[in-house]
Unconditional design. Structure first.
Length: 243
């Protein structure tokens, strides 16, 4: 089975290097076109490696006009920003504390989740002046096929009239904050970063299977340009041979 929007790399380090290069290329293009680059960052170990490469290899003046980069988040745990589980804290430590970005827009996980989601929608609307269209949304997947905090069988999967929502996740006995499917699909570019053999089964179902998308929410991500999948060989090991 052919996958025109799939790129496979030898290992997580090669994947991180390529992801960082793609980030910078898209940022430069957006800044040239519109004067700014609005990106929704992902949590997880694979994006973290890409952020570390960005900070180390593209953090010097002249590499990228970071003052025109505006960082948002695709999802967040309902924890304080200094909590070890916070996506914001990870991105801050790996990247945002090392480069002079124009602005940082975090989800306020320490607040009541309903209030936090409403505030994030207001912040997004204020930035974009209406309906949001991110230049880039970075995503990962879980072994259960979730992406952002869009988990299988959760209420947020059906939301079409909100940009960010609180999403109860019963199996984890928690509530998450997440961008919604319409906002993700409206982005100019959506890139999945996936590494590790633990993701191989879910990835095969998402890209080649016929399961209900509500059981594998990453299937709901269908921007007009199609998402780009950047994988390491371990994650891609079960996919069709004609990659």
């Amino acid at each position: 089975m052919s996958h025109p929007n799939v790129r496979v790399f030898e290992d997580p380090r090669d994947l991180a290097e390529a992801a960082a290069g793609s980030f910078v290329e898209q940022a430069r293009e957006a800044i040239e076109d519109s004067g700014r680059f609005a990106v929704a960052l992902a949590g997880g170990s694979t994006p973290k490696r890409a952020y570390e490469v960005l900070a180390k290899e593209y953090g010097e003046p002249g590499d990228l006009d970071w003052s025109k980069v505006h960082a948002f988040f695709g999802d967040e745990r309902t924890v304080a920003p200094d909590h070890e589980d916070s996506n914001y804290l990870m991105a801050h430590d790996a990247l945002l504390s090392h480069v002079p970005v124009g602005s940082i827009h975090r989800m306020r996980g320490e607040l009541d989740p309903t209030r936090a989601a409403t505030l994030y929608e207001e912040e997004i609307e204020a930035f974009f002046g209406g309906t949001p269209r991110f230049d880039l949304v970075l995503l990962g997947i879980g072994e259960d096929g979730h992406t952002a905090s869009l988990f299988p069988g959760t209420l947020a999967l059906a939301v079409r009239d909100r940009w960010a929502v609180e999403n109860p996740v019963e199996k984890m006995d928690t509530v998450r904050l997440t961008l919604t499917v319409p906002v993700i699909n409206a982005a100019k570019s959506v890139v999945f970063l996936v590494a590790g053999e633990g993701k191989a089964d879910a990835l095969k179902e998402i890209l080649e299977g016929d399961a209900d998308p509500h059981d594998y929410p990453a299937k709901l991500v269908q921007p007009s340009s199609g998402p780009l999948w950047m994988l390491d060989q371990a994650a891609a090991r079960l996919l069709g041979r004609s990659l």
